[in-house]
Every structure is written in C-alpha cells, then in structure tokens.
Write a protein that binds this ligand. Sequence first.
Ligand SMILES: [Zn+2]
Length: 151
Amino acid sequence: MRLYRIKKSKIDKRGLYANLDIKKGTKIIEYKGKVISVKKSDNDPKFENENAIYLFNINKRYDLDGDYKFNTARLINHSCDPNCEVFGRGFKIWVFAMKNIKKGEELSYDYGFGFDEDYAKYPCKCGSKKCVGYIIREGSRWRIKKKKKLK
Ligand SMILES: [Zn+2]
C-alpha cells in the first residue's frame, strides 16, 4: 500500500496526505526529476528565482530539476512546522518522515528558501502555530537553491 495520496489542500491547491500511520524515519517518496549540471541551471532562465521552486542542489556540479508531472513529490507543500525532511542519497532525493505522522495528516517539508529581498513573494499558508507568514528556511541540508539572475 502506498504511504500517501493526493488530496485537496488548504495550503495550496493540492497536497500529499498520509494514507496510514507513518513512523519517524520512514522513506515516503522519491523526489524524482532530471539531473542537470549546475552550469545549466545557473544559465537557464527556467530557473531564475521564482521559477526554481522544484530545483534541488545535489552537489557542486549537479542539480535535480523536479519540475515534471511524474514527480508526485512536487505536490508536497511547505510548512513552517513540517513533518517531513528531504535528503539526498547519491543522485537520488528522498522525502523522509521526520516525526511520527498520523493517517490523514498532510505531508510537508521546509522548502528552504533563503531569506532575501524576494521573501515577500512567497507567503506561507501552512496554518501551523509556528508559521512565520513566509516560506523561509529553518536550516535543512537539502534546500532548494535560489537563483540570482546572472547578467
Ligand atoms: Zn507557515
């Protein structure tokens, strides 16, 4: 049985929800995408700031572009009080439960946006008590890269 299902969400249009109780540390879903070079993501307008929502940094040379329909994990919403964490293993990126999750709870992780002049463009609607109102990182290792326009 799959650990998650897609449902309407209050945070965004859709989200992923726990289909059953999930124990802390469980690998829930792979964050799928295409591996591209950092050189490419640095220079491709597709990944300029606000478009880089699904871009993960793997290492110095490679990023993972998760902006594909087959990447179900892209539907997971950001929360200021998340129950999941994203880690890379080699060239694969996985979403893990960072706490025990009850059946029916929405899955979320820290999108890890940096705090900069653009933060106001990303209001957060997670509704948690810890919500800071904007999508700003708390310090996860596999943070989404924010791209600056290269001129
Ligand atoms: Zn929030």
